[in-house]
Design a binder for this molecule. Structure first.
Ligand SMILES: Cc1ncc(COP(=O)(O)O)c(C=O)c1O
Length: 303
């Protein structure tokens, strides 16, 4: 372990406080952080993660992220050891925000847990192999201009597995869809499975059809986004009618508003889909209202 490494409870004011990360019990400069080449996250993508928004040092909806992380861990049968828990990881995240001088402005907290490092074999390692925990923070700049004018999206086949409700490291279909979107000058790929829009490659998806806000139901084909869930509550509080019936590709021409949600995306209006304008070609009224209330909520809430 590098000389700079130290444990969670210790503090060291003299240490270079830029770009400190946490790996398996130690806080250390990112450049000194190491995981084994035999880590199952590296070899199999065998792990889960969370991304939490930090605004002026306060974590947004951390409780919900903790619950989802717990669920993802359980879903792929990783047991944490010792004092480790999602709540502890969030406390470590807060310490990292302090260490990295990110208590002002926007930042993100990244938490990743893999099944640990061991000789390659598909089945689970023996119990003495413990999970690898990696936690880091980073400066973040919201997509303000895009959120104002609206972004473009493309449609793309949803090639993912049957447990998209778990936030796992296995993101290859998302990566490939995102890259195709980028190459076509779009912000996001809207994923299509069995003739309906499930979600984006890194966002949840909402659309307005016949004046009603629609989104895919919470099931194994989408990630239960924290922003999605906050936004659904906000929509209800504004008496905006919400229907969890997925939008089919045949309904796309009737869609008057589209937007995406995510921890780093907020409410992102989609004004162009597959090079055709959505509705008026400008962010719609429901989208704008929800953008405003989410911004208020982000500004006021936090742990
Ligand atoms: C596939 C997918 N859907 C939805 C989301 C949005 O979830 P959240 O609002 O919790 O960030 C993400 C975020 O990374 C995602 O990867």
């Amino acid at each position: 372990m590098p000389a700079q490494a130290r444990t969670f409870s210790q503090s060291n004011a003299t240490m270079d406080s830029r770009d400190i990360v946490y790996v398996n019990g130690s806080f250390l400069p990112r450049a000194d952080a190491r995981v084994s080449v035999e880590d199952r996250g590296f070899v199999f993508g065998d792990g889960v993660y969370e991304v939490v928004r930090a605004i002026n040092g306060r974590l947004f909806a951390a409780r919900f992220h903790n619950t989802r992380l717990e669920r993802s861990l359980k879903g792929i049968r990783i047991d944490l050891v010792g004092d480790d828990s999602p709540e502890r990881f969030v406390e470590i995240g807060k310490q990292l925000l302090r260490e990295n001088k990110l208590l002002e402005g926007e930042a993100t907290l990244y938490i990743q847990i893999t099944r640990g490092a061991t000789t390659r074999a598909h089945y689970f390692p023996p119990p003495e192999i413990t999970p690898t925990v990696y936690i880091s923070v980073a400066r973040f700049t919201p997509y303000a201009a895009l959120a104002e004018g609206g972004a473009a999206a493309i449609s793309h086949p949803d090639l993912r597995w049957g447990r998209c409700d778990l936030k796992t490291l296995n993101l290859l279909p998302n990566v490939l869809a995102s890259q195709t979107a980028k190459e076509r000058g779009a912000f996001e790929a809207m994923l299509i499975r069995d003739g309906v829009v499930t979600e984006g490659a890194k966002t949840n998806f909402f659309g307005v059809v016949n004046g009603i806000l629609r989104t895919h139901p919470r099931d194994n084909h989408i990630l239960p986004g924290i922003t999605r869930s906050v936004l659904e509550d906000l929509a209800r509080s504004l008496s905006i009618e919400l229907d969890e019936t997925p939008i089919s590709i045949n309904e796309i021409p009737k869609v008057t508003e589209l937007f995406l949600t995510g921890t780093t995306t907020d409410v992102m209006p989609i004004v162009k889909l597959d090079d055709k304008p959505v509705g008026s070609g400008r962010p719609g009224e429901i989208t704008r209202r929800l953008q405003r209330v989410l911004a208020e909520n982000l500004a006021s809430a936090g742990d």
